[in-house]
Ligand binder design. Structure first.
Ligand SMILES: Cc1cc2nc3c(=O)[nH]c(=O)nc-3n(C[C@H](O)[C@H](O)[C@H](O)COP(=O)(O)O)c2cc1C
Length: 330
């Protein structure tokens, strides 16, 4: 159901903690273009969570690990204890997970201090140990992938870390083209991704700083990859995934809605499970507009930033749009 394989291009919605939650995954999925989505990370530290806790974290698991529109979801785990991660993966599969991703890239200091995320990039043999423990615990039909940064500090560390993930049995790896110390500062370095892709037998997904169709073409040229993961740009420019999908020869029907008002309204509907906490939906929409307006001119954003309720927010968006005209996405 989820597979990344040679000859079949894949476009993947990146995991983004606090951003690509279930409603956002549902929205991005129903608009088409993405092959599958990866969940925000689930951190495994002390006790291995109960299966029902895992199911709450990724509500799609109850729907055969699919969004309401049928796009598959891969659950991501983060941690440093191979045994606990393997047990968590087994429990996730028992409640419907169809593929597991392992996070070796998170740069958050609290995560890294607690032996998780990018910290593991300093210990290549532990990457192999974790991937192989999770792989061994699951049926062969469940893919296990690893998401890596280029290294902790040194770009070249990607080679050993990627080799270890492959040796551990990863079905594919995703490489975010930056080290942990580079954080999110542009540029992303795509060439090392291409070097790894050229050497390894398993598929390599390229990730980082693909904001435009032109970026995508340059990333494809640099990496030689046919698999790509989009994070911030998927939200900043919801039309981009379709442009890239077309370029990759994937079938990508034109989405029904192409303006911000319709998108926001639909997102609010998909946030229905959070209806008892309307501030959640409001914060998420403001966050989304902030991300989009950081990259693209959206003239009316400042006029909706201060609204305190969903009603006020939508009234302000409508008013702003009636003055400035329709608000097409980029
Ligand atoms: C707010 C935010 C949250 C993120 N959370 C995760 C996460 O939970 N798991 C993960 O593997 N990567 C996470 N990432 C990294 C992204 O998946 C991606 O690798 C990174 O943003 C680079 O891709 P982009 O330039 O397309 O955004 C996060 C990034 C951002 C900006």
């Amino acid at each position: 159901m989820i597979q990344v394989s040679r000859g079949t291009p894949a476009l993947i919605l990146a995991p983004m903690e606090g951003v690509t939650d279930a409603p956002m995954r549902a929205l991005m999925a129903e608009r088409g273009g993405f092959s599958f989505c990866v969940s925000e990370f689930f951190r495994i530290s002390q006790d291995v969570p109960y299966a029902r806790t895992i199911a709450q974290h990724v509500p799609e698991l109850a729907n055969r690990s699919r969004t309401p529109s049928g796009v598959p979801i891969q659950i991501q785990f983060l941690g440093g204890d191979a045994f606990k991660l393997a047990e968590a993966a087994v429990r996730a599969v028992s409640v419907g997970a169809c593929a597991i991703d392992l996070n070796f890239g998170c740069p958050a200091p609290t995560v890294n201090r607690n032996d998780g995320g990018a910290t593991l990039l300093k210990y290549p043999h532990r990457i192999r140990e974790i991937v192989s423990a999770v792989r061994a615990a699951l049926p062969a039909t469940i893919p296990v992938s690893a998401k890596l940064r280029l290294g902790w500090e040194a770009v070249d560390d990607i080679h050993q870390n990627a080799d270890m993930a492959a040796e551990g049995g990863a079905s594919w790896i995703t490489i975010h083209g930056r080290t942990k110390t580079q954080g999110y500062t542009p540029p992303a370095y795509w060439d090392p991704i291409g070097e790894v892709r050229g050497r390894l037998a398993i598929p390599v997904v390229a990730n980082g700083e693909i904001w435009t169709l032109d970026d995508f073409r340059r990333c494809r040229d640099a990496t030689g990859s046919e698999h790509f993961m989009l994070g911030r740009s998927a939200l900043a420019n919801p039309a981009l995934v379709h442009q890239i999908a077309r370029e990759l020869g994937m079938i990508s029907p034109a989405p029904a809605s192409t303006d911000w008002y319709t998108l926001l309204e639909r997102f609010a509907v998909l946030c229905e499970p959070y209806a008892d906490n309307p501030q959640y939906t409001l914060c998420r929409m403001k966050q989304w507009l902030r991300m989009a307006s950081n990259r693209h001119e959206i003239s009316w954003v400042s006029s909706v930033r201060t609204q305190q309720t969903l009603e006020e927010f939508f009234t302000a968006v409508r008013a702003a749009i009636s003055v400035s005209g329709p608000a097409p996405i980029q």
